[in-house]
Ligand binder design. Structure first.
Ligand code: FA5
Length: 340
């Protein structure tokens, strides 16, 4: 090899080394480079071996270049090693006064929280919890509740139909029938769950919403029991300030039928868009179970009486938390959900 060739090799080695050092990010990678270039069997040692093949009178410039290369590599490796060491040390220094980063915990949806509270209050009054399907047969959603085919009462609830004979349940009242078919009186149940109607969304209506059905059947149950249970429920949930207003109403599966309202706790009775300026929010339909319904499930209407109700859970949650638009429950805006 000529002296010029060797000098060229030295320059080439310097370039390759610089590229390799640039990508070495930790002490291990730097040490590997040190061995590869400056080790006993490394690139620089090979170049020194080549130097010895050049006649001694022609070695001077190549020898100097080679020594300079060795020094350059050594210096660059030491410098890079110090840099990496400093970075690691600063990462390890832990400032205990820094505020912590809290992970964002999940939380319960306000409707889940309210439903749990409702269950707890009724459980304290001796009510069990029953469940029923959301895709329901027309028989349970209507017929067994004394709403035969073609009856105008079917238009009271705008129904979403599935296949022939099946609907998305428009209310939780079918669970009354399913429960009475499988159990004998006395019974006391509530049944919370989703309902569906072709209702146009507004501040207090949603096409999917939740109801909690209530049913109590025994000998000697009266309308006064219904009022007492609802009053007790409302006061436990909202406190003793809340007022309840019963109004006569019609549902084919109860007789007599009623609706009841709670005072609007959003405007404290002053009038707002949720109570449509009336100071009252409609919460529920209710009444005494119609003897015709008892006949459908084989209960003796001469022996037993019962009351039933179906409350809107969103409406209750709106009053409890001061929410003025039902659509907020379903938009899943994290800024809303984080408040509960
Ligand atoms: C019924 O659904 C009857 N099944 C209630 C009932 C049960 C009566 C047992 C007698 C005996 P109604 O259609 O009024 O009734 O609905 C009851 C409650 O559900 C309403 O007072 C309201 O609070 C709530 N609700 C009804 N439709 C909607 C809707 N689109 N969005 C939100 N809440 C609703």
């Amino acid at each position: 090899m000529s002296e010029n060739d060797l000098i060229q090799n030295v320059q080439q080695t310097q370039k390759e080394f610089e590229l390799a050092l640039d990508v070495a990010k930790d002490a291990e990678a730097i040490e590997a480079l040190r061995i590869q270039y400056l080790g006993r069997k490394g690139c620089v040692a090979d170049l020194f071996k080549s130097l010895s093949t050049i006649p001694s009178e022609n070695r001077k410039a190549a020898g100097q270049a080679l020594n300079q290369l060795k020094t350059n590599l050594q210096t660059a490796l030491d410098k890079k090693f110090d840099n990496v060491k400093n970075i690691n040390t600063s990462v390890n220094e832990f400032d205990v006064t820094m505020p912590g980063n809290w992970p964002d915990f999940g939380r319960l949806h306000p409707l889940t929280k309210v439903t749990r509270e409702i269950k707890q209050i009724f459980s304290n009054m001796g009510f069990g919890v029953a469940d029923g399907p959301e895709v329901e047969s027309e028989y349970y959603n209507f017929e067994a509740l004394n709403i035969p085919q073609g009856h105008p009462a079917r238009d009271m609830q705008d129904t979403l139909f599935i296949d022939e004979g099946f609907v998305l349940r428009t209310h939780t009242s079918p669970v009354q029938i399913r429960t009475m078919e499988s159990k004998q009186p006395p019974l006391r149940i509530i049944s919370p769950g989703r309902c569906y109607r072709r209702d146009t969304p507004d501040a207090s209506h949603s096409p999917m919403f939740h109801q909690v059905e209530g049913l109590c059947v025994d000998q000697g149950i009266t309308f006064a029991d219904l009022k007492g249970v609802i009053q007790n429920f409302a006061q436990q949930l909202f406190g003793s300030d809340v007022k309840i207003r019963f109004r006569p109403s019609f549902f084919p599966f109860v007789e007599p039928g009623a609706e009841y309202d709670f005072t609007c706790l959003i405007c404290r009775g002053q009038g707002c868009r949720v109570c449509k300026g009336t100071g009252w929010v409609e919460i529920s339909g209710a009444g005494m179970v119609n003897p015709k319904v008892f006949e459908h499930v084989g209960y003796d209407p001469e022996k037993y009486t019962g009351f039933a109700f179906g409350m809107g859970i969103e409406r209750i949650a709106m009053l409890l938390y001061g929410i003025n638009d039902i659509r907020l429950f379903f938009e899943n805006d994290i800024r809303f959900l984080q408040q509960f």
